[in-house]
Structures are given as C-alpha cells and as structure tokens.
Design a protein around this ligand. Structure first.
Ligand code: AHR
Length: 661
C-alpha cells in the first residue's frame, strides 16, 4: 500500500518535471493573414437582471417614483395625512399622493423613500431632486421640505441634506431643487415633510446624482458606464435575455413603452422578481426609465453596434409549456410591426412617425442600426414558425438589416441540432448560442467552431460564462477557462462574428444569477477577472486571424497539448502580432513562439506581455479589494523571430509584438 503510494507520487512528480522541461513549440504563420475579425467580435450583453437597470445602471435613486407598483406605496413609508389618488397628469402612470395638513403644528405629514437597498449619496456631490406637483385647492403656496436622512445616526440631526420647495400652482408642474449632502451614506432615506398648511399633490418623485454619465438628467450611473466604455465593446445587446420574452406576453419587454417622456413610461413587472423563489425580490420592477432610446444612445457613446432583441410572440417557454401562452402565428402582425417600427425608430428619417419620436427625444441623426434579434431562448417547431414571418417582413422592408435567430437555451443537443438547420433554412444572418457550462465543458470546447459550416449563418455566442461545478460564483479559475475558450472564438473569427459574456451587472444585495461581469453596491463597483479577460480580448482583438499551431495542429487544449489554448491575430492599425495563450495546467510551461514567413526587414522590434494570474484560483476582485487580480504588463525580450518565454501555471497571457509584415 505504502509502496504503491510512493510510486504514484514519484510518477506524478516525474510527469510534472517532464511537463516543465518540455518546450512547447508554437508556430505562428505571420504572413498568412486570415479572415478579418469583425468589429462586433467581442461585446456586451445587457439584461435587467440582478438590479442591473433600476437600482443599478439607471441612476434614479427613488424606488416606485410614480406610485405604480401594485402595492402602491411599496418602497415608501407614509406618515400623517397621506392619501393615494389615481387621476394624475400622466395617462400611463395615473397614481399620485396627496399630502394634507396633519391638523396640529406639532404633527407631521410626509413620506420616506427607501431607495434600492438604501439611497447611496456622496459628500461633496450634488443630487437633483425633482417632482411633479400642484396645490389642488389653489391659493396659498404649498410647502415641502426635502431631506436626506440617516436614521441610524447618533448625531443630533438625522438629516444631512435639506432643501425647501414652494409649490405655487394649481396646475401640475415640474419642480426641482439640488441637495448637497454633508456626509457620504450608502443607505440614506429620502424624506419629504409637508411644512405648510396647504394641501400638496406629488407625482413622479425623483432623485438623481447631478454627475451622471454625460451629465444627463435622466442619466446613467457614471462609474458603471465608464466600466463599459473602458471595455471598448464592439456590440451591445439589449434588453436581455429572458425579459425579452416575459413570464407572460404582458410582461415581455415592450420597447414602445420604453420611449417618449419618462414620466409617462409605464411600469413593467420584472420576471427576475420571482423567477427564483429562493432569491425572491418583491420590489423588483422595471420603470423603463432606461429605455430603448437610452440603450441606442449608450451603444453610440461606448462605440458599440446596437443589437436590440425583440419578442417573437413566444412567452418564456421554460415557464409556459401551454400553447395558449403564446401568440398564434396568424396573429403576429402587431409583433412584426413592433420590429419594423423599431428599425424606423433607430434609422428612419425625421419625417417618419418613429424617426420623429427619436428626433423629439434629442437624436435627429439615425442610430445606424444594423442588427436585430428576434426571440431569445426559443425552441421547438413553433420558433421557426414564428420567426419566418418576421424574416419575410424585415427582408422586404429593410433588406440590409441583419437578423439574429436563436439555437435555443442549450449549447448542444436535440433542440440545438434541430434549430441550426432551421436557421439556415430561414437564412438568419447570425445564430445566437448560449452556454452557461462547467469547467469540463469549457476545457473540451477549444475546437468547437473549427469545423462549423463556413457557408451558413454566422455565430453569435450571445450568452456564456463558466459556471464552476459547485462554485457558481466569480472566481479566477472560471475566468481563465473563459479566456481559454475564447481562443477558439478568435481562431474562428471567420464564422464567429459576435460574442458576449453574460450577465453583465449585479448588485451585491440584489442578485438572482451569478457569476456576473461587474458587481456594484450603492456607491462602488468592481470589475471581475472575467471583465479583464473580456477587456484583453476587446483591446487586442486585431484585424486578421493568423494561423497558430503546435505540431501542425491548432492549440485547443486537446490531449497532449499540456492544457494550452492559443490564438494569434495581426493588427493592421498598429502593426502588431498578438498571441493569446491560456495555460490551464497546474504547471508552468516553456513556450517557443516562432513567427514564420516574416521578411528580413520585418524583424520583431520589441514587445510586451500582459498577464492575468492568481495564486488562489478561487479568488476574485471584490468591492473591498477591487484590484486583487488585475492584468500585469511587462516588457518582452525577443531574439530574432522566436519568442522564448515561460507561461506560469493557470495563467492567461497576451503577447504583443511590434512587427510590420
Ligand atoms: O443571463 C441570464 C439568463 O440566462 C438570460 O435571461 C437567459 O437568456 C438565459 O437563460
């Protein structure tokens, strides 16, 4: 027993030494410029899951600002004489509150709003409070006092920001005042006191930081948009995900309700409120404040092609096995019209109905929409049946728009095998594939796309992330395997035209799904290792594929390849050869990377490498320690046309070499 144990250890050690001693000879055919890498190759998937929109990217700090949640005062605490009314100025949001004199100078009427897991405010920043209000009886002005309150404070005063407003009109009007907090507080409460004796009506009570992305009033949280911009994404998919489909068709994301004046955008139920009863969030709704106009504008500002995805008339098929939940094909017309109108909204001339709305909202120039997705994770024969009339109508009206179809929720299997040929038959331009899979899957998929049909639709790897077995949270090892898998996307950039990790955002106190790419609380955000993997790919995506082999085979983590995955590209804009290598083994490995076919005067003149590694595979960056694992850059010494280097165990490295071809 003892002897066999010793022998086994010795064999393992010998193997480790052999692995270490062996040099992996990689050949990059530097002159063989392959397919172009699409500008859309690596991008972002946005869905309002994990409080990604309301309570997250959308910078509104007041929850249930229009009193339209089914429990009308959810998120609010009222005191004194507060009543709810439903004949307000905004047709699609009719509810509002009436504040009446409490009847005694020492009594109070008013409201508290709890925000999303509290209201996060920073000392020294300005906050824009606004409200639609009136004095229904006319006469003497109504008076309110607005405060930011820390009710846990041991100080004399709870309030650390205070302003007064006089409501002077019998007609509904927007009032605004700026709050200047004297303290930083992640969990403040917004308090409104009625301070005069006149009755006051309040509707659409709103609080935004003044310092939003681009300073917009209906703005987005700056640190979160900055993280997106820093990623330099090529494509931006919105608004999901399952919320495109809805738990029923009534709760699908309806883009037409998400445009126009923000006060009149109706509330939508967010399916992630209850999809997982073990992570239930009764107050999770969509205000549509972050709507399709804002999505298009954001895409433009972060330099990404917008990719809206619309309902195909099938409600979530996971939740609705019954046919009755879906729209019959013969009744699809209004859904098809929604898709055509969306293209007009994005690209139409300002004289068209929807183009005019875009212009009225502030963007007369078209958004230059090129892609549209129809359906999310749909399956069965009903999906192609539903998709076909959309394809016909879009092709007829907008032949240049590229249509994205779905291969269902699975990365392979019956539905996948059925849907791909169907997507080819319908001539979808791209097919969306989803894979939230464990380590073994990622390790086995390095060559996934090597034999895909080059003549059919292109691939949009639209949702993916490594979900560690028993470790479904962000950690370095999962991100490393994503990096390894992505070498296969890159090597096959002629057939893979888009790839987006998912989901994008998660609030630390309000998540339903993990891992996610960016985490945040009310004041801070953190970029995970998966974020940095994506960023290394977007920043160094190059313009053309270069063939890279070891022993004449692509490096896909196959047996005998020592856990190595690699791809190479050339960047015509910077004259750089970029090689990405993921070492998924537990041993560091010697690499000789030879650049074949370079002309004499095209010697490699220098280089650098950027490395992602961690001593603890289970670690990731956190809000408290956001820079635990970040890319590390160093200079590379290159001799002639071969780069002799060592890649550490469990490491992803990008080698960037200056060299004109
Ligand atoms: O990203 C989370 C969910 O995963 C998406 O909403 C859905 O498309 C997929 O099942």
């Amino acid at each position: 027993m003892m002897k066999s144990k010793v022998l086994a250890i010795a064999a393992a050690l010998a193997m480790a030494v052999a692995l270490q001693a062996q040099t992996n000879e990689l050949i990059v055919q530097a002159k063989k410029l392959g397919a172009e890498i699409q500008p859309t190759m690596y991008g972002l998937f946005f869905e309002d899951i994990n409080y990604a929109a309301d309570g997250g990217l959308y910078a509104e700090l007041v929850k249930n600002r229009s009193f339209e949640f089914p429990q009308r005062l959810m998120g609010w605490k009222s005191f004194g004489k507060v009543s709810l009314r439903d004949d307000g100025p905004f047709e699609r949001n009719p509810h509002y509150v009436r504040l009446a004199y409490a009847g005694h100078p020492h009594k109070q009427t008013g409201l508290d709003n709890e925000g999303f897991f509290g209201i996060g405010v920073k000392q020294g920043e300005e906050y824009r409070f606004s409200v639609w209000a009136r004095i229904p009886d006319g006469g003497e002005a109504g008076r309110i006092r607005i405060e930011l309150v820390d009710s846990k404070s041991m100080g004399e005063q709870h309030a650390f920001a205070t302003e007064n407003l006089a409501i002077d009109s019998k007609e509904w009007k927007k009032y605004q005042v700026t709050l200047n907090p004297t303290a930083t507080n992640p969990r403040a409460v917004l308090r409104i006191f009625l301070t005069g004796q006149a009755t006051v009506d309040l509707e659409h009570v709103s609080l935004f930081p003044a310092d939003t992305w681009k300073g917009r009033e209906n703005g987005l949280r700056k640190d979160l948009v900055q993280a997106l911009a820093d990623l330099k994404p090529g494509v931006f998919r919105f608004p999901g995900g399952c919320i495109v489909e809805g738990t029923d068709l009534d709760t699908r994301y309806d883009w037409k309700k998400s445009v126009g004046p923000v006060e009149n955008r109706p509330l939508n139920e967010n399916r992630w409120q209850y999809t997982f009863p073990h992570r239930f969030y009764p107050d999770y709704y969509q205000s549509y404040g972050l709507g399709f106009y804002e999505f298009f504008q954001l895409s433009e500002e972060i330099g990404a092609e917008p990719l809206p995805v619309l309902s195909c008339g099938l409600a979530c098929q996971f939740q609705n096995p019954d046919k009755e939940a879906h729209v019959p094909v013969c009744e699809l017309q209004s859904y098809i019209q929604d898709a055509l109108d969306l293209i007009e909204f994005a690209n139409g001339d300002v004289t068209t109905e929807w183009g005019k709305l875009r212009a009225d909202m502030g963007h007369p120039a078209p958004f230059d929409l090129k892609f549209i997705g129809i359906g999310n994770e749909q399956w069965g024969k009903e999906y192609p049946e539903h998709l076909e009339p959309f394809v016909n109508a879009i092709r007829k009206a907008y032949p240049d728009i590229r249509i994205v179809g779905s291969s269902g929720p699975d990365s392979e299997g019956k539905q996948f095998d059925y849907l791909w040929p169907e997507m080819k038959r319908l001539k979808a331009d791209l097919v969306d594939e989803h894979f939230y899979r464990p380590e073994t899957w990622f390790l086995s998929q390095g060559a996934r796309y090597d034999n895909y049909d080059r003549k059919g639709p292109k691939v949009f790897a639209g949702e993916y992330a490594c979900h560690g077995k028993g470790k479904k949270w962000n950690h370095f090892h999962a991100a490393l395997l994503e990096a390894a898998f992505m070498t296969g996307l890159e090597r096959n950039a002629d057939v893979v035209h888009m790839a987006t990790y998912a989901p994008l955002f998660a609030h630390v106190e309000g998540w339903q799904w993990r891992p996610d790419m960016i985490w945040f609380d009310n004041l801070n955000s953190v970029r995970t290792v998966s974020y940095y993997v994506q960023q290394l790919y977007t920043r160094y995506k190059g313009t053309n594929i270069l063939p890279l082999t070891m022993d004449k085979k692509p490096l896909t983590g196959a047996e005998g390849q020592n856990g190595l995955f690699a791809s190479a590209v050339y960047d015509k804009n910077t004259s750089e050869i970029i090689v990405k290598v993921a070492n998924t083994s537990d041993e560091s490995q010697s690499l000789n990377i030879t650049f074949d076919g370079l002309k004499k005067k095209s010697e490699i003149t220098g280089g650098r490498c950027i490395k992602l590694s961690s001593t603890d595979p289970n670690k990731d960056n956190t809000i408290e320690h956001p820079a635990t694992i970040v890319p590390q850059e160093s200079v590379l010494m290159v001799q002639g046309r071969t780069l002799n280097t060592e890649i550490g165990a469990n490491t992803f490295t990008v080698y960037i070499l200056k060299c004109g071809l």
